[in-house]
Write a protein that binds this ligand. Sequence first.
Ligand code: S3P
Length: 172
Amino acid sequence: MSQNQQRVVLTGFMGVGKSTVARHLSYLLRTEKIDLDEYIEKNEKRPIPDIIAKDGIEAFREIETNCLSRIIKRGTRIISLGGGAWLTEANRELVKSNGCTSVWLESTFEHCWRNISFSKKVRPLIKNRKQAKELFEERSRFYCLAEWHFIVNPGFNSFEIAKQISSEIFTS
Ligand code: S3P
């Protein structure tokens, strides 16, 4: 696939920095990016915590798959997923069958937890540190199904990460 047609889907645990890296990638590559959570909230006209509280997690996962399908079909080249989207097999299939390169932004639990703790984003699936750590451990087996693994060193800033992804994936 030529450099101009490459498409990337970022996955990884909550707090790893998927949305920020996608924003920098979009700037570096001068191309549109879509953050799946933002897209869902715009479409549903309500915040994700409300969707989960009122309709339940399964309904949220269905909305997530429908929205991802729409984003992928419209040809968006840079997509950041919510941390749970990659766990759904149908979503992984959508990504693969539409020629998108999946990238796992992998980091330590401590790094993600620090970002979660300082972030303003409400994360309804996180109850406390212990439960978040269990979730983190359970999910690695799904994240590692991504095509590319990109180790996010806590010392890196997200612009550097985006630069590396753009040079390794978009020029390969
Ligand atoms: C979720 C992660 C969130 C959001 C929702 C569910 C998850 O996105 O999609 O709260 O299951 O990991 P972030 O990864 O951006 O926090």
